[in-house]
Design a protein around this ligand. Structure first.
Ligand SMILES: NC(=O)c1ccc[n+]([C@@H]2O[C@H](COP(=O)([O-])OP(=O)(O)OC[C@H]3O[C@@H](n4cnc5c(N)ncnc54)[C@H](OP(=O)(O)O)[C@@H]3O)[C@@H](O)[C@H]2O)c1
Length: 344
């Protein structure tokens, strides 16, 4: 029988992607949708300005949107996917966990908390057991697990594939799509014919979340990886797909050919939303490109290319679909991992 799930922030850009990925899903059945007070009481069709490239599933369209409050969500829901603005997530996600719900969240609040697992299943599935520490410390029946920022997810799997060579330093420059800022995030007058060389607190997220993801969990405590990471984030006028230029210095020698082999061989998982192959490496130096390569593996794979030696270490480019692999798909994958590991 499918697990009954809800979506918090269901009307937003990520919420709509969540609904696209969850309906249909063999393990999950959407049974609750929440948004702001402005949307509460409306049917989903009335409340959501639907912008995803497939129709609203009929059964979801007629569900009534409720306010984002534990008292408004049925008790028989086992799992909530959260795509709330981070200020709202910070205020309400702990209330849901305290009320017994397991929350798989996209929002940036609490990602760096010591007892909150920040998980990309192919990279650090073992960190999920930090939930035992979380439940002990907070006394929650529920639980809170996070996926990282969309631009962090794009480059961390490639680093994980190279980690055995000893990561010393990483420099990353991003070219991020406008959908990463939400529908109302960047005005057309700002971004058309332009590029914006700074994105809020995004640099800090890449630098800190990557070290947490690549860290070690000993069953009680998480130690962050000590690799030095420096990020520069740029907004460009693409719709979907974050492209990143990465420079990596390793302790052991690592040729571009060997690095490409390691990336291609890096294992995916058997979860329903895992891509068959996690990292695809292009030989052509002008790939990956957002428009052509963001849907590889149904938007759940990472594309890489342009591997070369430079005076600053190994250099390459990587790309991921920011609202699928970088947001909604990442939360769904964490939900599948929670189910497989008996947390639901
Ligand atoms: N876009 C991306 O690529 C991406 C990637 C990774 C992570 N994220 C993160 O995911 C989250 C959602 O991003 P988004 O782009 O989907 O944002 P969005 O399009 O602005 O959607 C926000 C959602 O939250 C609801 N909401 C707003 N204020 C609320 C309140 N006070 N109480 C309850 N619900 C409220 C909105 O409902 P109404 O429609 O009723 O206003 C809507 O459903 C953010 O934390 C973002 O940082 C986004």
């Amino acid at each position: 029988m499918a697990v009954r799930v809800g979506v918090l922030g269901a009307t937003g850009a990520v919420g709509q992607r969540l609904i696209q990925l969850l309906d249909p899903h063999p393990s999950f059945e959407i049974a609750a949708l929440t948004a702001s007070e402005d949307s509460a009481g409306k049917t989903y069709r009335q409340a959501a300005k639907w912008r995803v490239d497939s129709p609203i599933p009929d059964d979801v369209a007629e569900l009534t949107v409720s306010a984002t409050d534990p008292d408004e969500v049925p008790e028989d829901i086992d799992l909530l996917f959260s795509s709330l603005p981070s200020s709202v997530g910070a205020a309400v996600e702990p209330d849901f966990c305290e009320a017994g719900y397991v929350v798989s969240s996209n929002s940036s609040n609490a990602r760096m908390a010591d007892d909150v697992p920040l998980v990309v299943p192919e990279v650090n599935a073992d960190h999920l057991d930090l939930l035992e520490v979380q439940r002990d410390e907070r006394g929650w029946d529920g639980a809170l697990v996070k996926n990282p920022n969309c631009s962090t997810i794009t480059f961390v799997p490639t680093l994980a594939a190279l980690a055995e060579y000893g990561l010393e330093s990483v420099h990353v420059a991003t070219l991020q799509a406008v959908s990463g800022a939400g529908y109302d995030g960047v005005s057309s007058m700002e971004i058309i014919d332009n590029a914006i060389p700074h994105i809020g607190s995004e640099e800090d997220k890449l630098e800190t979340e990557s070290r947490k993801l690549l860290g070690d969990f000993d069953g009680a405590e998480l130690t962050h990886n000590d690799v030095e990471v420096s990020a520069s984030c740029n907004r460009i006028p693409t719709i979907d797909g974050h492209l990143e230029n990465v420079w990596v210095e390793t302790e052991e020698d690592l040729s571009p050919t060997k690095a490409a082999e390691e990336m291609e061989a890096y294992p995916s998982l058997d979860l329903r939303s895992s891509p068959d192959q996690l990292v695809h490496v292009f030989d052509a130096p002008d790939r990956p490109q957002p428009r052509m390569d963001r849907t590889i593996g149904d938007g759940m794979a990472i594309a890489a290319g342009g591997l070369q030696e430079t005076p600053f270490g190994l250099q390459y480019n990587c790309l991921a679909h920011n609202t699928i692999r970088g947001a909604a798909g990442a939360s769904v994958l964490n939900g599948e991992l929670l189910l497989e590991n008996g947390y639901l």
